[in-house]
Each structure stands twice: as structure tokens, then as C-alpha cells.
Write a protein that binds this ligand. Sequence first.
Ligand SMILES: Cc1ncc(COP(=O)(O)O)c(C=O)c1O
Length: 436
Amino acid sequence: MISRSEIVEQHETYLSKHKIPLYSEFGWEIIEGRREGVFLWDLDGRRYFDCHVCGGVYNMGHRNRKVVDAVMRALGHLDLGNHHLISTERSQLAKKLVLSAGEASSGEHMGRVVFASGGGEAMDFAFKMAKGFTGKSKILCLEGGYHGHTGLSMGAGDEKYTKAWNYRPEGFVKVEYEDLSRIEDFFDEDTAAVSLETIPATLGMNIIPRDVMQHIRKVTREHGVLLVLDEIQTGCGRSGKTWAFQHYDIMPDIFATGKGLSGGIYPIAATLYRDEMETVFEKNPMIHFSSFGGSEIGCAAAEVVIDHATDAGFLAHVNALSSYFREAVNDLAARSNKVAGLRQIGLFQAIEFVDVATCIATVRRLNANGVFCIFSNNDRVCVQFMPPLTMTLQEAGELMGLVRLSVDEAEPIDLASSDFFRTQTQARVRNVQRQL
Ligand SMILES: Cc1ncc(COP(=O)(O)O)c(C=O)c1O
């Protein structure tokens, strides 16, 4: 059997040379072995609560039995399917997705779906659609937001990524979190859309206040600017509702889902849009394809996910866990001078610390104590705390015990001693709203 050190050596030689030293700074030296439910194990047998869940990919836990069974059944008689042909599986899933978005009190609802193989591709399509439908080219997006590393999606994200690849995206205008309440000041005659993660994840899960989000929806509608929401992390039940925008009683014009839609078993993503945008395809229906987008095996996994994410009992469980963590972390904040509070909608959560050094130190202790997690890279004062939605209350109690222990053990580190942590040493967003 191949040894641990041989695997590390192969990774360094044939995959990434520079990630491993960095991972050791976070305490992330894990080689994934067995995985089941809310846990993953290192090859050496160390068990970790998975509180990273790959940004929501493992919302349903690892190797969820119902998802695995559905995919196994699909493998018995299907393959990926030909993306040009009419598909039973894609049609049924598209209907489920559209219905899952429901109707806002304004009467607005979603119309149609284009499938993709991953989140970046789904956001690329969202931007293509916004530009194609409006005939305009500017997209307003959040400074410090994240939508993927593909073409347009990367353009909508942080400059550190585009700069590194010598890519100068055109038409993406960045707006600070604090300026969202006056988004209309950034509109001009060439503005196609405002694009946001419904709750910005990489920027630290700062909750956009209800009145600000409703204002954005109102002024975008008034000015003929589209609202694009990225639900790739926030969707599929993570927020305690099927889609996080439902907390705001708004309907976007376009939204994207991915990650958790896969059930953690088979990749699939999707972009949903309002019915009238279908006119973009009128002259030429053959202007967009994705060979693996909406593969029929992926559809089988996604159906199970959407059935759960729209089930009242499943969502009630997510909300019960959410209340438990809110109380537990608020208690911790009250008795600790290290924890500032919990940023949270449902189980979309980040624990905020008093400063970046304390956060990074706690992340290291959490990983050392068997809680796999990471800080928000664009707001390193908080650790993303995303347990699978299928966690039991008993497991949640055990997990909080490890969180308390790790906070107690954490000693603030010298950020200047690390090349990586020498950058962005302050909380990035001021006046954070932690809860809706
Ligand atoms: C909010 C958000 N949007 C888009 C993406 C891109 O998804 P993918 O990695 O599947 O391309 C991510 C991935 O982390 C994400 O967090």
C-alpha cells in the first residue's frame, strides 16, 4: 500500500508544489480517506467534523445514502445523456428547480433553467444572459465577492485572482459592501445587472440587511437593471429556506446554484432565469451548450437534494440546528474575550473573532482538535462554520465542545511571521450585520 509520505510527495511533484506548505499553516495536512455523514477521516484514521463541506457540496453529509442510491439506480440504465437531445431527467429537474423558487409577494417567479457542470460555469451563463438580454455590458458586483475561477465569473471576483493571470476583465464594476444601500448611484445607461452572492461567503458571511436587499431589488427593477444572485453556497436549504433570497421576499431575475446541488456525489449546477429572457435564444437556439451540464446522472443526485431542500421537515431540522448554534456561540462570545459573535442565516454561519490573529490561531486549534474548517479568505476575522445540514443535535453538541476547547487553547499568532497572513490582517468589513 502506498504510504502517507509517498502520497504527499506525489502531490508535490505532480499536482501542487506550493499548497502543502501553506496548508500546514492552517493545520490542513489531511489526506482524505474514509468519509461518512458529518465526518471525514485522514488516512491515518484521525476523524474530523467537516465544517468546511467544500462550501456546501456536502450539505447532505458525505456519501448520503439516498443520494448514493439514486445515483446507483441511474447508473443502472442511464449515462450522461446527449446535451443536444430532449431529456426526461433534465426536464423533470428543471421543473422542480423552477417550482422550488416559489413566488415572491410581488408575484414574480422563475421561468427556465440552463444546466452547467459547475458553479463558475453557471455564473458565466448568468452574466452572458444578463448582457445578452439587456444589450448592455456593465455588471455591478461586490468588492471581495466570489463567483468562481472561470472566465466571466472570475472577472466578477477579487482582483488578486484576475491580476495573477494577467486577465483584465472589462465591464465588472466593484461596489463596496457599505455602498450597497445606494447601489443606484453606480447605475449608468450601460448597466446590465447587479450581481451578488445572496450572503457573501468569501467576504465573511456578512448578512445584507433586509431593507438594503429590498432596496436593491426595487431600484434595479425601476431602472431596468437585472438582479443576479449567486446561490451556489447559500442555496439548497443551507440558509434554512430552500433559497436564501426567500428570506428577503424578493425574486431575482437570474440566479445560479451548484455545489450542494450535486449531493456531494455527482457534479451539476444550474442557472435559473425569468421567462421573458428566453427571447435571447429566439433567433438562434444553438448559442449555448455544455456537454456535461445537466448530465442525467447529476440530475438523479440533484432531484434528491431539491426534494430535501423543499421539505418542511428537513428545513425545520436545519433551523433547529441553527438555533442551537446561535445560542451556543452567543454564550461563548459572552464568556470569552476572543469570540465576537456568530454571523448566521440558518446554517450559513461564520464565527467572528475579535481580530484576525485570534481567528487564525483558533482555526489551527480547530483543525488540530478534529474540526475541519477555514477562515473566510476575504475577511479573515471569521471562520466559516458550515456543518452538514444532516448533523444530529447530539453531534452538534459534541462539535461545540471542540469549538470551546479550541477557542480556550488559541493563542494569537504573529501574522507578520507568515507570508500568507501578512496580507489582510484586519477585519475587512466594518459594521457587520450578523443576523437578519
Ligand atoms: C459563491 C460561489 N459562487 C461560485 C463558485 C464557483 O463554483 P465552482 O467551484 O463549482 O466553479 C463558488 C465556489 O466556491 C462559490 O463559493
